[in-house]
Write a protein that binds this ligand. Structure first.
Ligand SMILES: [Zn+2]
Length: 346
């Protein structure tokens, strides 16, 4: 997803939590900074987030999945019913996969495994490490954060105020985390085939299709015009307006968040396991969009242009895909945020 889409997802997730009307303090923390999501949710992909040598840039974050031929076959098989149970019926991705017949029993009985080109870039690892660290950082938050979290931390009295997590920084970490969660919902992001690489058509074309729907209103330059940056009061004051602007995009993707209810992580899951399963579901979706029999996993020359696989006939597949990916990217972001918040406040 590109900058506009990432900022929309994060802002829409704040609106979803607000509508749920439960995690009031989390909303209190995030809402005033909603416009800053256009910066935070995009940091992980910033090409210019680089210092010093070529190695000193924000690290990539992927989990590219492919058929596995090693010795631990059983471990990497997830049958359909099992995966759907793990990701839960409240997710649109589950419904998308449930309605599919193109992935047959053999497909689901095959082991698949995700890999990363370089150590440290594993997407579920990055989501897990950031969320674990965020819990610690929230516990030693500044006065404003402290005010939102029950109980007190005795050692905090020995900390220099500047070393405690500033509210603005905490909001920024939530937005950065939303980026990793959203990427796990992007089918091309979890498919090791060359045709799903960012430079090879489908991935970029699909993201462009989404960002056109989100529109320029979620561009950083429009959410954070210079005048607003200079006048923080105004920036914070109109955050209800920007939440409303985010809700208005729902119809473009056919989304209906009719019963705002943000569940907790699946029982027994931590963020890592939840994101692993989401990536696995995204890989299954990619194998439906670019049918695996036609676009073989071992064919590095195959390309599946957007026009050929999605922009066809009544565009039903495309519409279903848009709905599943966008609904879940927003919902999953809210689920993981809420999980972190509950850890420190309940
Ligand atoms: Zn990314």
């Amino acid at each position: 997803m590109n900058q506009r889409t990432h900022s929309w997802i994060a802002i829409r997730a704040i609106a979803l939590l607000k509508d749920e009307n439960k995690e009031k303090n989390l909303v209190k923390l995030l809402k005033p900074h909603a416009r800053e999501a256009s910066v935070g949710a995009w940091i992980p992909d910033q090409a210019d987030a680089k210092r010093g040598g070529a190695g000193a840039l924000t690290d990539n974050h992927v989990l590219k999945i492919e058929p596995y031929t090693g010795s631990q076959r059983e471990r990497f098989i997830t049958h359909k019913e099992e995966l759907l149970e793990r990701i839960g019926m409240y997710r649109m991705t589950t419904q998308f996969l449930q309605n599919d017949n193109s992935l047959d029993r053999d497909w689901w009985a095959t082991p698949y495994r995700g890999d990363v080109p370089k150590p440290g870039q594993h997407l579920p690892n990055r989501a897990m490490s950031l969320s674990t660290m965020m819990k610690d950082l929230l516990l030693m938050g500044d006065k404003r954060i402290d005010h939102l979290i029950p109980g007190d931390i005795r050692f905090a009295q020995y900390m220099i105020p500047e070393t405690r997590t500033q509210e603005e920084a905490a909001a920024m970490y939530f937005f950065m985390l939303s980026h990793f969660i959203a990427d796990a919902c992007m089918p091309c992001h979890c498919d090791a085939r060359k045709l799903a690489a960012y430079s090879e058509g489908l991935h970029k074309e699909l993201e462009r299709h989404w960002s056109r729907k989100v529109g320029t209103g979620f561009e950083k330059r429009n959410l954070l015009p210079k005048a607003l940056l200079e006048d923080r009061e105004r920036t914070h004051g109109d955050s209800d307006e920007v939440l409303e602007q985010a809700r208005a995009i729902d119809t473009k993707f056919g989304l209906e968040f009719s019963e705002p209810a943000v569940p907790d992580l699946h029982r027994g899951h931590d963020v890592w396991l939840e994101v692993i399963n989401l990536c696995r579901a995204s890989f299954a979706m990619a194998s439906i969009i670019a049918p695996y029999r036609q676009y073989r996993y071992d064919d590095s020359d195959a390309r599946a242009p957007f026009k050929t696989v999605l922009d066809t006939g009544d565009r039903k597949l495309l519409k279903d895909l848009n709905k599943a990916v966008m609904y879940d990217a927003v919902l999953n972001t809210a689920i993981v945020w809420k999980h972190i918040w509950n850890k420190v406040s309940k």
